[in-house]
Design a protein around this ligand. Structure first.
Ligand SMILES: C[S@@+](CC[C@H](N)C(=O)[O-])C[C@H]1O[C@@H](n2cnc3c(N)ncnc32)[C@H](O)[C@@H]1O
Length: 283
């Protein structure tokens, strides 16, 4: 990048040129510049020829370099939108994916909007629990994860969105509730579901920057889903729902896990036409 670059729009063009090989080069350059200069898009558009402060310029150059080296955009900005809300993200949590909003939609479709008990298993950034807390003000929401580092991020995201009613707990799946006798109306989860053999085929930025424990689920990719299906019935009220995100090619094998204790087993497809959300009701 030219060392004399000074105005915001010149910096934007220089960054976009450097990122030029990427499909979203213009968008990425804009997002990184706004982050480095701490500007909203409106303020940038109102004065694109304003000089960029040297510190912000240096920060922008570093961000572009890290992006070129493969760092995910969300890690560079420290945030990703989910359910139209900004969530802090970082190396401890999976960056929320748009298709996961299908889990929130399904709970809202089935919810009575009364004081239901909901648990988000493998909460990561807390995106599902926080979105549900915003939409269902009467619900009692718990969110669990095995990772204490992920829970710290999730708690900050809940505080940021004033979702004070969510109780966060460290737990291996639902084990923290074994002694409590608590039963849920909804168990919702986007669990790890990548098979070991699929790991090498994942995009490099995913393998290098996202937590393995958030993605990998044994040889089959179904290790966590199998355990969750097996154990969930005991933690659901009669008529309660288990709502799960699944990976590509897993639908038939996941449907086969549900036995006589389950009814109303349904699949929802994502916008790319892939089976993505499995819902099952405790008989
Ligand atoms: C695919 S990520 C989902 C994160 C977030 N819910 C989302 O949708 O973006 C899976 C999460 O499950 C957590 N996890 C992995 N194994 C677990 C287990 N045995 N019990 C509870 N959480 C687990 C990981 O730490 C990770 O945060």
């Amino acid at each position: 990048m030219d060392a004399n670059t000074t105005t915001l729009s010149e910096l934007f063009r220089a960054g976009a040129a450097l990122l030029g090989g990427r499909p979203q080069a213009l968008l990425e350059a804009k997002v990184l510049l706004l982050r480095a200069a701490r500007l909203t898009e409106e303020r940038y558009l109102a004065a694109p020829d304003k000089p960029c402060p040297p510190q912000a310029e240096a920060f922008f150059r570093r961000l572009v370099e890290r992006r070129l080296a493969g760092a995910p955009l969300a890690h560079l900005t420290g945030t990703r939108e989910f359910w139209s809300l900004p969530f802090e993200v970082g190396p401890a949590v999976l960056v929320p994916r748009p298709e996961t909003e299908g889990l929130v939609e399904k709970v809202l479709e089935l919810s009575s909007r009364e004081d239901e008990d909901i648990v988000d298993v493998g909460t990561g950034s807390g995106c599902i629990a926080v979105a549900l807390a915003q939409e269902l003000p009467r619900a009692r929401i718990r969110a669990v994860d095995v990772s204490e580092r992920a829970l710290r991020v999730a708690r900050r995201n809940a505080a940021r969105h004033k979702a004070r009613r969510i109780e966060f707990l460290r737990s291996d799946l639902l084990s923290a509730f074994r002694a409590t006798g608590l039963k849920f109306d909804f168990i919702v989860s986007n669990p790890p579901y990548i098979a070991r053999a699929e790991w090498d085929g994942l995009p490099e930025d995913v393998r290098r920057y996202e937590p393995r424990r958030a993605l990998l689920a044994g040889e089959s990719g179904l290790e966590l889903i199998e355990r969750l299906v097996r154990r969930s019935a005991a933690f659901l009220k009669p008529g309660g729902y288990l709502i799960l995100e699944i990976g590509e090619g897993q639908r038939d094998r996941v449907l086969a896990l549900f036995g006589r204790r389950w009814t109303e087993i349904e699949t929802a497809w994502d916008l790319a036409g892939k089976p993505r959300v499995i819902t099952a009701r405790r008989a």
